[in-house]
Design a protein around this ligand. Structure first.
Ligand code: SAH
Length: 273
């Protein structure tokens, strides 16, 4: 890309509110520390090392590994080359929920179209959005398994999906290569920002709901709908998916979710009296 990125294309209008609370002057390093690259259930340790290297080249350092199949492993260290520090500081966790806990924005990557459409952004918008939101809160970018990507459940925890517009006849990139492309876009957004050409997001009075509180809300919602007899856990169809999509699309803030939780508790008290 020889041309300077156009800030208008880097500031897409998502039609939803955006969240910046307590605007503080944060350094580039502090912002980078808020960006988590999450690799889910990676099979090949070489890809973990390759991802670590790709991240460090682009100035990112927070690597989360959800149940890596073979790790630690010498092959990961070889492939990481000069990014061994990123590997050494990687956080290994048991679930995606643990990896995204505390994050106000979660983006999932997908090598192909899924059955239920989800708010989709392109890699450039993804880089801009991640960089903009990391001004005030933690954000996570999820990468799936080499053989089958992210599961539907994992993708449904995301606010947006991002697809690298590859050749439709051969759309799936190597995992570490996909990390490289998307980390590069975050890098480009950070450079555009340093030039003063990346707009900041609108200020908001409340922080976005963190992923763990959002998950608890969805569990509570499903439970209340079951108590009401509105939802049959034996015959779930697509109801819960649609509810997740509806609420994830709203980018709810922390206060809004706590009000809704209170409402659900009141409903449950009346039903279960
Ligand atoms: N057969 C799998 C491919 C997984 S590729 C599938 O169909 O889902 C492994 C991971 O690399 C994906 O989960 C995603 O995180 C990333 N990836 C590969 N190609 C990508 C693309 N074109 N766009 C976005 N992410 C991609």
């Amino acid at each position: 890309m020889s041309e300077k990125p156009d800030s208008a294309t880097l500031a897409p209008d998502f039609g939803a509110v955006t969240f910046i609370t307590e605007r503080l002057i944060v350094s580039t390093t502090e912002r980078q520390a808020k960006i988590r690259i999450v690799l889910v259930n990676t099979a090949h340790p070489g890809n973990i090392g390759g991802a670590a290297r790709a991240m460090k080249n682009m100035g990112l350092a927070e690597l989360y590994l959800v149940q890596p199949r073979e790790y630690p492993a010498p092959r990961a260290v070889w492939r990481a080359a000069g990014a061994r520090d990123v590997l050494a500081n990687a956080t290994v966790v048991d679930s995606v929920d643990e990896a995204i806990a505390g994050c106000g924005l979660v983006v999932g990557t997908s090598a192909r179209e899924r059955r239920i459409p989800w708010p989709l952004i392109d890699p450039r918008e993804c880089g801009a959005r991640i960089w903009q939101e990391a001004e005030t809160h933690d954000v996570a970018l999820l990468f799936g398994r080499e053989d089958r990507g992210l599961t539907n459940d994992e993708l449904q925890k995301c606010h947006y999906h991002v697809h690298i517009p590859s050749n439709p006849d051969y759309s799936s990139l190597n995992l570490a290569t996909a990390v490289q492309v998307l980390s590069y876009e975050v890098r480009m957004a950070s450079l555009t920002d340093a030039e003063g050409n990346l707009p900041s997001l609108q200020e908001w009075d409340q922080p976005p709901v963190p992923a763990d509180d959002l998950e608890n809300f969805h569990v509570h919602l499903a439970e209340t709908m079951a108590d009401l007899g509105f939802y049959d856990p034996e015959n779930p169809k697509q109801l819960l998916t649609r509810m997740r999509r509806l609420f994830n699309r709203q980018r709810m803030d922390k206060m809004e979710v706590s009000i809704l939780r209170g409402l659900l508790s009141s409903v449950q008290r009346i039903i279960n009296k």
